[in-house]
Design a protein around this ligand. Structure first.
Ligand code: ADP
Ligand code: MG
Length: 487
């Protein structure tokens, strides 16, 4: 692999522009109940069935902090190698919207629960560190539904009060590819930790994307635009490309970029202005008088530290040390926790090299074709290791193994049984093979003579014939040995 630096630049006229990106990721905390109430958070419930008086902002209702959500945020902070702030403050962020009955969102502004951290990206040209500015806890708003009725907008408050972690990156990202890697890494870390399910289709992970451009070599950042609430990696990448090019066009045209909030229209593949900084909201943040500052002790943090599992970066190192995987293979195996668990289950009982090739090659291709996740794999880790052992001990050839594998994909069957039932066992008895080989030589006398007189290329022909006559079951290695002798 080339170690040359992969730069993402936009060329216009004689100028080269670098793109600068910072993300504000909203990750829904994996929790049964909401940040300040006991209502359920289940996705897809009937509208307004998971709403308490607190979530509906009835007068006089008091928020009570959910300790579990606090733990989840701190664990995520630990996963981001970040500073955990022992004292943080909940503020009211005031604005009016139909799906925000309180008239404010409870968030953290000046004193977030988690401070600076970092995320390591594995890029084709090497590792890249992306700084984390902060992580804070906040409530989600409800949802306005505009497309159920031509005249009315409906409001669903199920999401109102659900805990979010806003994870703010430093402006360290430089290309759509890095954004892709960053979101995937963040998602992977949180899924290892069990703090966010990372399900982008269900909106559990979405981001505000800040984009600016500057001439290559320039030290100063350009003016940024913020693209709100993008909910897929592909859309983030498309939005960045569009927005960066728009800004470059403005600059090349002698105009300036206005700092503004934009939205990405996924149908037209363009960003459009929502509001400019001049009429930007003044949220009038102030500490929520209903909530005391959140204080956590060293013991509380230490206890959580004990609950942190091995995370992707450490696991990758271990896989390289312990199993001698290449960095490329290790990256694939640790990319999500389910794959890494599956891999470790398989290699507990079978050869690592074969297991790695079969998982990355056959299994991923087959799952991909059926659009299945590894957790839904029809082939259990136990049965895959059995198949690998059958190859390893010479019971079946790699070629027959592919047939057996296909059968296993159709249902979770023991490969040994398939081999027995279908009579696929490899023929490794030298006597039986000799008989086969004699027959093949006998019916190809002329070719055997040609071979002996120097046409050595014909060897392959004989191997092929023997394999064919044996129905693919002859042990290829033995066939080679015996043929050499006989010919
Ligand atoms: P705000 O609260 O107004 O959104 P922040 O300072 O919190 O402002 O920054 C929000 C995000 O914008 C961060 O992720 C940060 O990395 C990013 N950012 C800041 N400056 C730039 C820039 N010049 N270009 C691209 N992204 C930027
Ligand atoms: Mg912002």
């Amino acid at each position: 692999m080339s170690k040359e630096k992969l730069e993402y630049l936009i060329n216009r006229n004689d100028n080269q522009y670098e793109v600068v990106i910072g993300l504000e990721v909203h990750a829904q905390v994996l929790s049964q109940s909401k940040l300040f109430s006991t209502s359920a958070t289940k996705f897809g419930a009937e509208p307004n069935t998971q709403v308490s008086l607190v979530d509906a902002a009835f007068p006089g209702m008091l928020p009570v902090i959910n300790e579990f959500c606090v733990k989840q945020a701190i664990k995520t902070g630990i996963g981001l190698k970040a500073k955990i702030n022992k004292r943080s403050v909940f503020d009211r962020k005031n604005y009016f919207y139909a799906d925000l009955p309180q008239g404010y969102q409870i968030s953290q502004f000046k004193d977030p629960i988690v401070g600076e951290g970092k995320v390591i990206l594995d890029m084709p040209d090497g590792q890249k560190e992306v700084g984390i500015e902060r992580l804070h806890l906040e409530q989600d708003a409800g949802k306005s539904i505009h497309d159920l009725d031509p005249k009315n907008t409906f409001v669903d408050l199920n999401r109102s009060g659900v805990a979010l972690m806003e994870i703010v990156s430093k402006p360290d990202l430089r290309s759509p590819e890095e954004v892709n890697a960053y979101i995937k890494k963040l998602r992977s870390i949180m899924r290892y930790l069990g703090t966010c399910d990372g399900n982008m289709q269900e909106g559990s992970l979405r981001a505000d994307v800040n984009v600016s451009v500057r001439k290559k070599g320039s030290k100063d950042f350009g003016t940024r635009c913020e693209i709100k609430n993008v909910n897929s990696i592909k859309f983030m990448q498309m939005a960045i490309e569009y927005e960066a090019n728009r800004q470059v066009d403005l600059i090349e045209d002698g105009q300036t970029v206005d700092q503004e909030t934009r939205l990405f229209d996924t149908k037209k593949n363009e960003t459009r202005s929502m509001r400019s900084k001049e009429d930007a909201h003044d949220y009038r943040y102030f500490p929520d008088p209903d909530l005391l500052p959140l204080e956590v002790s060293d013991e509380f943090i230490d206890q959580l530290q004990l609950e942190i599992p091995e995370l992707p970066d450490e696991k990758k190192k271990r896989f390289i040390d312990q199993f001698k995987l290449t960095p490329y293979e290790a990256n694939i195996m640790v990319s999500d926790i389910e794959t890494s668990n599956y891999f470790e289950d398989v290699v507990k009982k079978s050869d690592v090299k074969l297991a790695t090739n079969w998982i990355i090659g056959e299994l991923f291709a087959a799952l991909n074709e059926k659009n299945l996740e590894i957790t839904d794999s029809p082939i259990s880790a136990g049965n895959l290791s059995k198949l690998i052992n059958l190859i390893k001990d010479g019971t079946i050839s790699g070629k027959i193994a592919k047939t057996v594998f296909e059968q296993m994909m159709e249902g979770d069957k023991d490969p040994k049984k398939i081999v027995e039932e279908k009579g696929l066992k490899q023929e490794s008895d030298p006597k039986a093979l000799e008989a086969l080989i004699d027959k093949v030589i006998d019916s190809n006398r002329d070719k055997a003579t040609e071979y002996k007189s120097g046409k050595v290329k014909l060897f392959g022909f004989f191997v092929g014939q023997v394999m064919k006559v044996s129905g693919g079951k002859a042990n290829p290695q033995l066939v080679n040995e015996i043929l050499k002798k006989k010919l």
